[in-house]
Design a protein around this ligand. Structure first.
Ligand SMILES: NC(=O)c1ccc[n+]([C@@H]2O[C@H](COP(=O)([O-])OP(=O)(O)OC[C@H]3O[C@@H](n4cnc5c(N)ncnc54)[C@H](OP(=O)(O)O)[C@@H]3O)[C@@H](O)[C@H]2O)c1
Length: 135
């Protein structure tokens, strides 16, 4: 996750449990208090997982923000995007990059992900899972 995403998580919930928390920053010189690792760029973070953490990590989740989602979407290899589409209009300052129809297809269903429309506090949303075409 990017530095701002890390600091947007309430302190009592950091680090996210049962996960190795890697924070990306070009400025920080040490992981912020509570984070497990710091990486200076996206590829270094992936290399850290592949090499140093290979025996402890079986999945990589990129949890934002915007530029990291973009790095992920444009990186090679098979990926899935787990997206929550909120069907209301809000004023926002941070955005998910556009999901390229040339690179990703919407899966008709995915195990464990409800496909029906959700409603919570009057807000409707649905879960979507996209998969990249690349192998
Ligand atoms: N709804 C969601 O699913 C979701 C998910 C994630 C975040 N968010 C929200 O989005 C906001 C934060 O997102 P954001 O896009 O503004 O910021 P962000 O990506 O979390 O953080 C930006 C910072 O992360 C570091 N960074 C990002 N990409 C990097 C890279 N490739 N290499 C090295 N460092 C990199 C840089 O830190 P330095 O300036 O230290 O170099 C950059 O200034 C928060 O409000 C958060 O709550 C929402």
């Amino acid at each position: 996750m990017g530095r701002r995403t890390w600091f947007s998580i309430p302190e009592k919930n950091r680090p996210l449990n049962n996960r190795i928390n890697i924070v990306l920053s070009r400025v920080l010189r040490a992981p912020p208090a509570g984070a497990h690792h710091l990486a200076p760029d996206f590829n270094s973070a992936l290399k850290l997982v592949d090499v140093d953490l290979a025996d402890r990590a079986d999945q990589v989740w990129v949890i934002g923000g915007s530029s990291l989602y973009k790095d992920l979407m444009e990186s090679p290899g098979t990926k899935r995007l787990f997206v929550t589409q909120i069907l209301n209009q809000f004023d926002c300052d941070t955005f998910l990059p556009e999901i390229s129809a040339a690179r990703y297809r919407l899966l008709p269903q995915f195990p464990g992900v409800p496909s029906e429309l959700q409603t919570e506090n009057g807000i409707q949303y649905r879960f979507e899972v996209y998969e990249s075409f690349e192998q």
